[in-house]
Design a protein around this ligand. Sequence first.
Ligand code: ATP
Ligand code: MG
Length: 308
Amino acid sequence: MIVCEGLTKTFGSITAIQDFNIEIPDGRIFGLLGPNGAGKTTTMRMLSCLIQPTAGSAHIDSYEIGKKEDAQKIRGMIGLLPEVPGLYETLGAYKNLDYYAQLYGIPKTQREESIKTTLTNLGLWDRRNEPVGGFSKGMKQKIAIARALIHDPKYIFLDEPTASLDPAAAKMVREYILELKSQGDTILINTHNLSEAERICDTVALVKNRTVKVGSPKELARGLFARTISITMQKIPPSLLKDISSLDFISQAQVNGNQLVLNVRNPEEDNPQVISWLMKQGLQVQFVTEEEHSLEDVYLKLIEEGGR
Ligand SMILES: Nc1ncnc2c1ncn2[C@@H]1O[C@H](COP(=O)(O)OP(=O)(O)OP(=O)(O)O)[C@@H](O)[C@H]1O
Ligand SMILES: [Mg+2]
């Protein structure tokens, strides 16, 4: 479990992140979202024991970040994909991975096997001996992801893992992240890709040098937007809009073509009442769907519009 309490980092007069409080239970995927300069990388670097917090605390299991005697233990439990891959450019892909595997004390046969599997999965086995300095941005990113996972860490920190990957590689990485979760690993991910975060994250924190909001993408959307249902009917009589507004749980109603769009309090309870009311009027309902608000809608409202 990762717990941050009042975690704060300042660089001179710049506050990168202030009073950051989160709890990430084991086996979850947690996303940090926010504009450039919001403090996402800084937070991840503190949790990876690369920089010291200015104030507050963070624990990974029972170990405290920033505490000298715990740093070694934490480094063994975590795998970090940094914002910039930082590989040994003159070394080949295989040697880059093997070097890190040796640092973690992984035995030779296990290293050989795991590096071969990883490089094959990434489509880079044939290029294993080429210096990574000549690799494309996405290829370097793939090697850096492999490096972060080489010692099978329980906590995985990924700073924009799919930023430079092609669509197929990005999909592969997302599927891999979900597979790691299914094995019980805990993943913290920084991303600007909101549809990716919506698809894979259990919980997200929207940050802008402080916490703006934390919750599951669905919870955040429900807290911000009225729940809207759309009812497709064969025919909508002109008087319907006025008549249906008499139902007290409908806060707003409009007609779009052959669709009746209603803001309701709680679709699970209200939909059956609406449908039976419509049927009593002799009208035929073809489909009922709920309008989904995306994480992008949530982000734009909370971060860009400064709404709450
Ligand atoms: N080593 C440093 N020295 C001085 N300022 C820094 C340092 N590291 C980060 N900052 C500042 O802290 C703030 C947060 O930066 P950070 O890299 O954490 O943002 P971010 O959310 O990761 O942004 P991005 O989405 O662009 O990656 C920025 O104003 C940045 O300039
Ligand atoms: Mg960053």
